[in-house]
Write a protein that binds this ligand. Sequence first.
Ligand code: HEC
Ligand code: HEC
Ligand code: HEC
Ligand code: HEC
Ligand code: HEC
Length: 409
Amino acid sequence: MRRVAPLAAALLACAMPWLAGCAPSRDGLPAFYASRPRFEQPFAGQRVPKGLKSLSAEECGSCHVAIYREWKQSVHAQAWVDPQFRAELAKQPGVSWLCINCHTPLVNQLDSLVVRLEGGDVERPVKRANPRWAGAALRDEAITCAACHVRDGAVVGPFGGTNAPHATRLDPALRSADFCLRCHQAVQAYPGKTFVCTFDTGAEWKAGPFAAAGTVCQDCHMPPVERPLVAGGPVRRVGMHGWIGSHLKKGHETLPALWDSLAARRPPGVELRADTLVRAVPGAPLAWRVRVVNVNAGHMLPTGDPERAVIVTLAAIGERGDTLAREQVRIGQKWEWWPAPRKLADERLAPGGERVLTLRVRSAPRGAWTLAATAVNERISDANADFHRLPESYPRRAEVARLEVRPRR
Ligand code: HEC
Ligand code: HEC
Ligand code: HEC
Ligand code: HEC
Ligand code: HEC
């Protein structure tokens, strides 16, 4: 019997109103794709803009040094080499044609294209070689500069009219949430399959207070800094290209100190709040209340991949390090994947939302003791990491908040 792991990312599609209704003739794409939802289509093939020799990020980085360094640390740059992505792709070769439309989005990054589905089955694509494939090096750059910045033979940017050695064009869409939602909003069921696509970040953001206030994804995930675009150029307001989200590293950051400084500008979503003055009478019971609040995320916490969770642990720790009481919750979604994908529970925190946890200590000890609360962001459970045979070096979780209180008499 075939079993598909809780393939979070398993894919697909979307009929969100703002995604619907596209599909003009697509540069270099077989007609097949026009019948598919937007997120199942790769980005149209691109020509090298005048003034440049290639579409490669490395070439952009020879002038845009700071932006290149930031992008290189980001998960966008790692979306193809990511060991979890590669493991999932290898287990589900039939659907890989879907995955790559977001993870290596340009037609120039795809070695083959789909011309039809055998019997209409998404897992039986019929492919042909892609004459516009630029080679493995560009594919490996995954969500590369050109994927977001090259359109119709020009480099698109948020200014327009800069004195660049390459063709440029103003594209205000770069500053819109919709630009990100091309890949971050995709909700689709695949009848008869054990996978779904369930990236709902755009709808979560639209339903919350940030969209109404005009705060877009870029405001939080590309925080502004004043600096030149190239050495010696004029100082401008630049969005940092680190896209820090959950504070979970991937393990192949080349400049960890730079990653840390980017992360410092994008605090994690969760905050733990509790009274810092706790009075305890030795021998008497005590209840410690901790509020877990989504203070910083502009969407559900966590969002995106349904395997993600925030694990909050409360503990009372005695003088000798012994655990006197412990309470743990997993804030996330619960899915069943067999026989058909079904969401069983969703306990995530909406923007500004909170959950109150209580730790009960039956008999407060004498002497010094501590009440501790921690929040850990989790990407994947150990069971699923083992199922995908991921190496121990692939970071699975990271502590993002901690609170300690010494009760007094
Ligand atoms: C609609 C665009 C889209 C498609 C199609 C897609 N992904 Fe993703 N993928 C994303 C986004 C966006 C994220 C980041 C979401 C997050 O971090 O929660 C992601 C994250 C991932 C991750 C990292 C998870 C983590 O928690 O770090 C893996 C692994 C992955 N995808 C595998 C796949 C596989 C395998 C497929 C095909 C079966 C696929 N993706 C199809 C957009 C897509
Ligand atoms: C030979 C150096 C060089 C290379 C290579 C280069 N750029 Fe530029 N780019 C510049 C300069 C110079 C400017 C204008 C700087 C200014 O006026 O502040 C610029 C401007 C830009 C802008 C702003 C455009 C606007 O008007 O909004 C973007 C976006 C951009 N480049 C992206 C890229 C990307 C993506 C690549 C690779 C595909 C790339 N550049 C390659 C030198 C370069
Ligand atoms: C071409 C598709 C695509 C576009 C466009 C895109 N993303 Fe992503 N994004 C992804 C994928 C795929 C991942 C997951 C990569 C992985 O984990 O391997 C991701 C991951 C992320 C993460 C997760 C970081 C973390 O720590 O988990 C953030 C934040 C993010 N993107 C923000 C943005 C923002 C903001 C924009 C718009 C400016 C944007 N993305 C545009 C595909 C895209
Ligand atoms: C996931 C999409 C995405 C990728 C990948 C990406 N950029 Fe950007 N870039 C943006 C967005 C969005 C903005 C506008 C940010 C803002 O002003 O808030 C931007 C802005 C810029 C600007 C103008 C300065 C600014 O921040 O407004 C330059 C120059 C630039 N990018 C170069 C690059 C280079 C070089 C790479 C690759 C090393 C790259 N970008 C990769 C989305 C992307
Ligand atoms: C008000 C600021 C804010 C806005 C607006 C915002 N985000 Fe986030 N986002 C965050 C924070 C904070 C986190 C880290 C959550 C955590 O600790 O896990 C995050 C995490 C993420 C993640 C990683 C998954 C996770 O749960 O950690 C993705 C993907 C993401 N955001 C995409 C987006 C996209 C796409 C948009 C626009 C629709 C957006 N964000 C708008 C603050 C914001």
